[in-house]
Design a binder for this molecule. Structure first.
Ligand code: NDP
Length: 250
């Protein structure tokens, strides 16, 4: 049921953090995992690590905010691997600023990286995904649900991910494509490390509010990726699933 042998998965931003955690899960379940991110050396290193662990992996350089480069990414993916079954839209960034402080440039950068990238990748992937049915996994956040003063653009982009996922789920259901969003809680990665070190009291607040009593790790996202990529989730679509140690219900 969870076997992904013969499947090809693309993970944007898969060269580190949560993306690499999910890539490890998909590769261990048998998928050939293609990592797409901007830093080619880091992506090659991540693909090498997946292969060293017994998986199948490749890397293609791509900036997923650029429409032309996204087209090239999927053309190259099809040329190299001939198919695409699983698309994980994970690439993301943040600018920690209040709505009154954020510049238009920063707003666009966050929206382009977190939300427009998913739209561009889904459009480019659609032709491949509908051949034999497929899976889209979009990465949202607790900020898809909650408000926070410093998450103006980030929260807007992540709220958008949930609604975009629901649109995909309804539009593509008849083509046997399931689309779901994953909402990670506080996960220890490069994205959160700065805030954890610089924002006074953040570490203590996260630990106190998270019933699991700890920060998540990228490996905590591997299981949900395998579930949503596999036939085990064929009747699950349009869902927004927290993976947060209970943060969202406490
Ligand atoms: P990281 O900063 O560790 O990873 C971000 C990844 O995105 C990197 O691999 C980066 O690679 C890639 N990336 C950024 N911009 C682009 C771009 N324009 N084109 C292609 N790739 C890009 O962050 P996380 O692993 O923490 O975050 C991954 C996702 O999870 C994000 O969507 C984030 O919002 C979400 N998330 C994270 C949480 C957390 O607590 N960490 C909580 C909730 C959600 P490169 O620089 O090489 O391009």
């Amino acid at each position: 049921m969870f076997d992904l042998n013969g499947k090809v998965a693309l993970v944007t931003g898969g060269n580190g953090g949560i993306g690499l955690g999910m890539a490890r899960g998909l590769a261990s379940a048998g998928a050939l995992v293609v990592i797409a991110a901007r830093d080619p050396e880091k992506s090659r290193g991540a693909a090498h690590a997946l292969r060293a662990a017994g998986g199948r992996a490749d890397a293609i350089e791509a900036d997923v905010t650029d429409e032309g480069l996204v087209q090239q990414l999927f053309t190259e993916l099809e040329r190299r691997h001939g198919r695409l079954d699983i698309l994980v839209n994970n690439a993301g960034t943040t600018v920690r600023k209040r709505p009154d402080e954020l510049t238009l440039h920063e707003w666009r950068h966050v929206m382009d990286t977190n939300l427009t990238s998913a739209f561009l990748c889904c459009q480019a992937a659609h032709r491949l995904l509908k051949r034999e049915g497929g899976k889209v996994i979009n990465i949202g956040s607790m900020m898809s649900i909650f408000g926070a003063p410093y998450a103006a653009a980030y929260g807007a982009s992540k709220g958008g991910i949930v609604q975009f996922t629901r649109s995909l789920a309804t539009a593509w259901a008849a083509e046997n494509i399931q689309a779901n969003a994953v909402l990670p809680g506080w996960i220890d990665t490069d994205l959160t490390r700065g805030a954890r070190e610089q924002v006074p009291g953040l570490n203590e607040r996260v630990l106190a509010r998270t019933p699991a009593g700890r920060w998540g790790t990228p490996a905590d996202l591997a299981g949900i990726a395998v579930f949503l990529a596999s036939s085990a989730s064929n009747f699950v679509t349009g869902a927004a699933i927290p993976v947060d140690g209970g943060y969202s219900i406490s």
